[in-house]
Design a protein around this ligand. Structure first.
Ligand code: FPP
Length: 255
């Protein structure tokens, strides 16, 4: 880390008004493959470096007093990739949980997993369950792992759950509110993200937290995910704090 990024991180951590700070950041960790190609390496190495970037980012997020970080690790669309790449990504998740879970638990990190269980192999499901169960009493920091996740799939599942309650006569369809739908989503224990960062030069949400991101600030950064770290997170938080969020209202001071 450079001297300027170190002093910058201190200014974000200490000097910024708490209301200017995001509580929940979501990250679309894009660019692993291109990073590898540009370095003349196999794509799998890009994903490995992506896990290292994830470790750095979680550490930085804890240091910067963020409460919630949700990372897009495997999307429902990622099944379209070659089988070898899908199994490399599953392998990295296994390694991450095996190598990092004990430390994250000690550090007070609570892990949540968002996404559908459908189609995931049993060993992955067991590891994800273990990560959630072993950290469920922690509260210092919340790490959401979106794995086998698609925002539309999550909404459809939530709607099915509400429909079952309507059919059982537990409520009237006309009484369904936005809050009820939010409560039926995988992310129901998280506040909506204040800021969504996407690395890697593309400018879209790609089915990440589509309901929850309704009022999120969006930040597209050219850096490829394996090169992301504390300095980039600090820069993103500074950009966030310089933006004015109006939630459909008026600019402050406007009549
Ligand atoms: C996008 O890069 C990244 C992914 C599809 C996976 C992200 C996964 C990790 C960072 C590591 C695994 C996570 C855990 C929790 C262990 P890309 O392959 O689409 O890059 P490209 O667009 O340059 O090809």
């Amino acid at each position: 880390m450079t001297a300027s990024s170190a002093s910058s991180s201190q200014s974000v951590a200490k000097n910024t008004d708490a209301t200017d700070m995001p509580r929940h950041i979501g990250i679309i960790m894009d660019g692993n493959g291109r990073w590898a190609t540009r370095h003349g390496l196999p794509r799998a190495v890009g994903h490995e470096r992506g896990v290292e970037a994830l470790r750095r980012t979680v550490k930085a997020a804890q240091k910067l007093n963020l409460d919630y970080l949700t990372v897009y690790s495997f999307s429902t669309e990622n099944w379209r990739r070659p089988v070898s790449e899908v199994s490399a990504l599953f392998g990295l998740l296994k390694t991450f949980v095996k190598q990092d879970l004990a430390r994250l638990k000690r550090e007070g990190v609570r892990i949540s997993v968002f996404g559908t269980r459908a189609g995931l192999p049993d060993d992955i499901l067991e590891l994800l369950d273990k990560a959630v169960n072993d950290t469920r009493d922690n509260s210092a920091f919340n790490l959401g792992i979106a794995f086998n996740y698609g925002g539309r799939e999550e909404i459809a599942r939530a709607v099915r759950e509400l429909a079952v309650q309507v059919r059982a006569g537990d409520m009237d369809a006309a009484d369904i509110t936005e809050d009820m739908l939010s409560s039926a989503l995988d992310t129901h224990q998280y506040p909506d993200p204040d800021l969504i960062i996407r690395t890697g030069e593309e400018h879209r949400l790609s089915n990440f937290l589509v309901w929850q991101a309704a009022y999120a600030e969006l930040l597209f950064m050219d850096v490829l995910w394996p090169d992301f770290g504390e300095a980039e997170l600090v820069a993103a938080m500074e950009t966030f704090s310089s933006r004015e969020r109006r939630f459909g209202g008026l600019k402050s001071g406007a009549a």
